[in-house]
Design a protein around this ligand. Structure first.
Ligand code: GTP
Ligand code: MG
Length: 232
């Protein structure tokens, strides 16, 4: 699923900091660059070299991680999306414009996987989160209809413990009414207050209608390596 060209579709991003048109444009330019799949890691001892600043996308199975990466990069099929929860089983690395690495993480909290799979997921995630020196920000995707669930809270505990900076990105905002969205946002804000590694801003996105995608691109561009200056 991809954002269409109309990135200004409602609902807008609910970040506290207003992004300037210049920042939005910088985000558009970066995310229009070439984006290539680099590597799929099933264990944390064989990760790509930490050559670029890295942004990871985590969240429960089926929350829309792969769809969001596709929407951000305006590609239909870069990250595989599926109706079958638990589709992404490895850490998938994508390099964007030689300036930023995007990581599609395996979904957590999917009931139909075995205990041994849950244990190996936990090991992979823990060693990745603890050891990845270039990891700048983790986007924790949360379904706009559901808010935080116990597996999200568990991941947030891991993130707070490993001191990995993270922000909540609401997905599938096209599925909720404005009133419901406001209620979810205010609950989330109070839940984040007690979380040391959480950013207070919450992005609201829809991979379906493109809402909030341009704003999220701009916010993530702040972590990328600087663009090369024109030679002349
Ligand atoms: N309405 C709506 N549906 C969405 C949106 N984003 C994703 N979906 C749908 O949600 C389902 C799951 O999307 P994925 O992107 O595969 O989810 P995922 O988090 O990568 O799933 P796993 O890899 O299994 O963890 C698909 O059917 C998508 O089409 C959205 O913004 N709006
Ligand atoms: Mg996926």
């Amino acid at each position: 699923m991809t954002a269409d060209k109309n990135d200004t579709a409602t609902p807008p991003s609910q970040t506290d900091d207003e992004l300037s048109p210049k920042e939005i444009e910088a985000g558009r330019i970066l995310f229009a660059q070439d984006c290539q799949f680099v590597f799929g890691a099933t264990t944390a001892d064989v990760l790509p070299p930490p050559d670029y600043p890295e942004i990871a996308f985590a969240g429960r199975s089926n929350v829309g991680k792969s769809s969001l990466i596709n929407a951000l990069t305006s590609r239909n099929t870069l990250a595989r999306t599926s109706n079958t929860p638990g589709r992404t089983r490895q850490l998938n690395f994508f390099v964007l414009g030689e300036r930023l690495m995007l990581v599609d993480m395996p979904g957590h909290g999917y009931a139909k996987v075995s205990k041994s799979e849950i244990a190996s997921w936990g090991e992979l995630i823990d060693s990745y989160l603890r050891g990845r020196v270039n990891l700048r920000r983790l986007c924790l995707l949360v379904d706009s209809r559901h808010g935080l669930k116990p597996p999200d809270l568990e991941l947030m505990d891991r993130l707070d413990e490993a001191a990995v900076s993270y922000q909540i990105v609401l997905t599938k905002a096209d599925k909720v009414k404005q009133g419901e969205l406001k209620r979810i946002l205010s609950t989330l804000k109070s839940q984040l207050k007690v979380r040391p590694a959480a950013h207070p801003e919450i992005a609201v996105t829809s991979a379906l209608d493109g809402g909030g995608i341009a704003q999220l691109r701009a916010a993530l561009t702040a972590y990328a390596d600087p663009a090369q200056a024109d030679p002349d």
